[in-house]
Ligand binder design. Structure first.
Ligand code: SF4
Length: 381
């Protein structure tokens, strides 16, 4: 494990299974691993000031963090670890447990009411023509802000039986035209398992569109292998929505994975989540959106963070999101501008939020302002 962590950047050809198998799953392991790097330095090996810095920071809270990881599983693989540069930087905040996760009495685990909108386990039927089908509890890394903290990492939640129940429900409901595979991360299934599920869906004539929601492009891009891409290609029309939250996640390996998918004709979108202390800054968001378009990933949604228990420290006001949106629209190409979405509590569904461009609606005209705040009269003919 030590070698893979200390020299990850030189390990381009490692398989995703090997990388994943070396994940750190306990804060104590993370601390121990950092300590090993330090002792490596003392033994005359490569100097690792970063390890020293991270270990000192983590040691302050080590005991408390064990409690957090017992409640909400931790998983940090060597790839995502290699992106951490300092304590509390944007990648650290997304994957290292934080004591604030246990200090959240305002929020509940399922504010979007997914459980009550599930006619069978792990299948959410909220909108008339589409369902979200949860097929995996595993992920490349466990994100601390996850909206499904109640599901991820809990191996007993999704089984062969729940997957077959879900397929049966879809088969019996001709209104379902689109199936969104999610979890957890569907790409954590083995190729064969995923291929079988995709084939079962394609055998249902009323299912026209398959969409896969995945974060492996950011957390474990090595998972996008030529063999996986070949499997996916056989089930078009198939869309992939991924989830980059910060420009530092767009590494050469992430770009390689996106290229493999885009070159196979699979459209890629991105659902970024607005996260306090990670990306609630318009300069970061501008950079992220521009970079996404350059790697052929269309910014699709900017999600306002859901009020999920254990994620209160990431939450910010819709006003701050609207301010960021006002710095994107007009200043960047429309290709770079996602829709800013608020998912309503209780399962009411998503609504778009936009900065105010209509100032007044008169009988014969509207008074509007453009992206620079300049006012115009738009006549109603
Ligand atoms: S990869 Fe997605 S499902 Fe998994 S922990 Fe992260 S946000 Fe949650």
């Amino acid at each position: 494990m030590f070698n893979m962590y200390s020299s990850f950047k030189n390990s381009e050809n490692l398989s995703w299974e090997k990388i994943l198998a070396c994940s750190l799953t306990k804060p104590e392991q993370l601390l121990q691993h950092l300590a090993e790097q330090r002792s490596g330095h003392l033994a005359g090996q490569q100097f690792e000031p970063l390890a020293e810095h991270l270990a000192e920071h983590l040691a302050v809270q080590a005991g408390d963090l064990e409690l957090v990881a017992k409640t909400y599983p931790m998983q940090i693989n060597p790839y995502i670890f290699s992106l951490i540069k300092t304590p509390n930087d944007p990648v650290w905040r997304q994957v290292v447990p934080d004591v604030a996760e246990l200090d959240d009495s305002k929020n509940i685990l399922d504010p979007l009411n997914e459980e009550n909108q599930s006619p069978v386990s792990n299948l959410i039927h909220r909108y008339p023509d589409r369902v979200v089908f949860l097929i995996s509890v595993r992920c490349g890394a466990y994100c601390r802000f996850c909206m499904r903290k109640r599901v991820v990492g809990h191996e007993d939640q999704i089984t062969r039986a729940t997957i077959s129940e879900g397929l049966k429900y879809i088969r019996l409901n001709p209104a379902v035209q689109e199936v969104i595979l999610s979890g957890g991360d569907p790409f954590l299934l083995k190729d064969k398992q995923l291929g079988n599920i995709l084939q079962s869906l394609r055998n249902i004539s009323h299912v026209k569109i398959i969409r896969i929601h995945t974060r492996v492009l950011c957390t474990l891009p090595q998972r996008i292998t030529p063999k996986l891409v070949q499997i996916l290609k056989a089930f078009q029309p198939l869309y992939i929505n991924t989830h980059f939250n910060h420009p530092v996640e767009i590494t050469s390996q992430a770009v390689k994975a996106c290229n493999l998918l885009a070159d196979a004709g699979i459209p890629l979108g991105c659902q970024t989540v607005l996260l306090k202390g990670v990306n609630d800054d318009s300069r970061i968001m501008v950079k992220l959106m521009r970079k996404l378009v350059q790697i052929r990933v269309k910014p699709y949604y900017l999600h306002h963070p859901d009020q999920i228990k254990g994620t209160g420290h990431f939450q910010t006001s819709p006003e701050s999101g609207l301010k960021i949106m006002a710095t994107l629209r007009g200043f960047l190409s429309g290709l770079c501008v996602p829709q800013y979405m608020l998912d309503l509590p209780g399962g009411g569904g998503k609504i778009p939020l936009t900065p105010e461009y209509i100032i007044e609606k008169k009988q014969d005209s509207w008074i509007v302002q453009n992206y620079k705040g300049k006012k115009f009269v738009y006549p109603l003919i």
